[in-house]
Design a protein around this ligand. Structure first.
Ligand code: NDP
Ligand SMILES: O=CCS(=O)(=O)O
Length: 250
């Protein structure tokens, strides 16, 4: 039976790589994001599988509801929800941060994820199957200077994922928190407000994870036998480690 995956933030990075990975596996795709032209390009590329595009901002609760209620026939029974849409803004110490940036991170990484999860879960519970895959981060576990609110949103995602598992006990619905370390995508470009030079330096002279690496992890947790639930999957590039999270260069 063809399965359906809904991926938020499919216009770039992990979300786009995940769309490609699951399309290669023959899955039906619901792809979401704000940049319509990116989604259209992805649909054109993935023409071998059924694709539904939903253009909306996950911070907009009404839009999430409208789009999920309007899924066309065949796309409504979501087997896997990948709560991937998210961002970090800034790396300043807390006393220098913009309050608006903090609000944007909370609204996207926490509230957007909650909007989507609350809308999709009832169907999964009714069907007695499903899988919610959340994009947490190592930043939700390991503090670092400037990680202030970003890391705190990912700590929320980690604990919410565990609590979801508790609520879903015996319901046949799996929950996984994927916790990547440094991965090269548009993440740093967004974090540094479009400053490509600053963003590029994050990945300089080392080998970060790729979006395809993370898509591989998501594919793995989703295609394991249904009696197996990976609760958390923490993955770092080999060049990254603990303490001050140093990056080995050269
Ligand atoms: N890259 C990294 O090092 C790591 C990233 N992560 C997490 O993984 C997830 C994906 O990150 P990554 O692929 O690297 O980043 P990218 O910036 O490459 O992609 C982020 C995606 O999120 C979407 N998005 C952002 N805000 C919104 C919004 N308000 N509404 C809808 N979609 C939104 C963007 O789409 P659009 O702008 O078109 O709406 C885009 O598709 C994030 O949650 C991030 O925090 C976790 C650990 C490490
Ligand atoms: O979530 C992203 C990884 S990091 O930049 O916070 O280490």
């Amino acid at each position: 039976m063809t399965k359906t995956i809904c991926i938020t933030g499919a216009t770039a990075g992990f979300g786009a790589a995940c769309a490609r990975k699951f399309a290669a596996g023959g899955w039906r795709l619901v792809l979401t994001g704000r940049r319509h032209e990116r989604l259209e390009a992805l649909r054109a590329e993935l023409s071998d599988v059924p694709v539904h595009l939903a253009v909306f901002d996950v911070r907009d609760k009404a839009a999430c509801e409208r789009e999920l209620n309007a899924l066309p026939q065949g796309f409504g029974d979501i087997d896997v929800l990948v709560n991937n849409a998210g961002l970090a803004l800034g790396l300043e110490p807390a006393w220098e941060c913009r309050l608006e940036d903090w609000e944007t991170m909370v609204d996207t990484n926490i509230k957007g994820l909650l909007h989507m999860t609350r809308l999709v879960l009832p169907g999964m519970v009714a069907r007695g199957r499903g899988h919610v895959v959340n994009l947490g981060s190592i930043a939700g576990d390991y503090p670092y200077p400037g990680g202030n609110v970003y890391g705190a949103t990912k700590a929320f995602v980690k604990q919410f994922s565990r609590n979801l598992r508790a609520d879903l006990h015996g319901k046949g619905v799996r929950v996984t928190n994927i916790e990547p370390g440094m991965a090269e995508s548009e993440f740093s470009l967004v974090r540094f407000q479009g400053d490509a030079e600053k963003a590029g330096k994050v990945y300089d002279k080392c080998q970060p994870l790729t979006p395809e690496d993370i898509a591989e992890c998501i594919w793995w947790v989703c295609t394991l036998p249904v009696h197996m639930n990976i609760n958390r999957l923490e993955v770092m590039p080999t060049c990254q480690s603990f303490g001050p999270l140093p990056v080995a260069r050269g």
